[in-house]
Design a binder for this molecule. Sequence first.
Ligand SMILES: [Cu+2]
Length: 159
Amino acid sequence: MKYLLAALAVSMTASAASAQSCPSWQSGDLTLTNAWSRATIGPARPAVFYVEIANAGSVDDSLTAISTPLAEMPMLHETVVTDGVATMPHVSDIPVPAGSTVSLAPGGFHGMLMGLTAALAEGESFPMTLIFERSGEVTIDVGIAAYAARGPACQPDDS
Ligand SMILES: [Cu+2]
């Protein structure tokens, strides 16, 4: 048993070293990390935007808009499944309550980048500005993962 645990620890260290850890950004009491998107086949299809936002403060905040030079019409969406059918209604803002972490992730809140000015290529990155009701604007760098990726290409910081 001791031997197995030691082997597991070694393999986890090895996989963590193979991918760079995801960068993070601060804006007031907010910390943003695990920002990623997916490669697109061409500019005709919309792209997605995912990120994790932690609010360490004592005041509620909310994400009211996103903006990037890569898309003419970036929107905030939420994936909702009703009677087995998934729809993506537009949301006017995404709450980031005090002391909690909100994830824009597959199956839930996400950024939808319509009107792309260029296709998104795996391994590249693009700037994204997030506008918060209280914390103002913060511009982050979004890494582009593979076409069918289910998470960021960088190593998420789960601590
Ligand atoms: Cu959407």
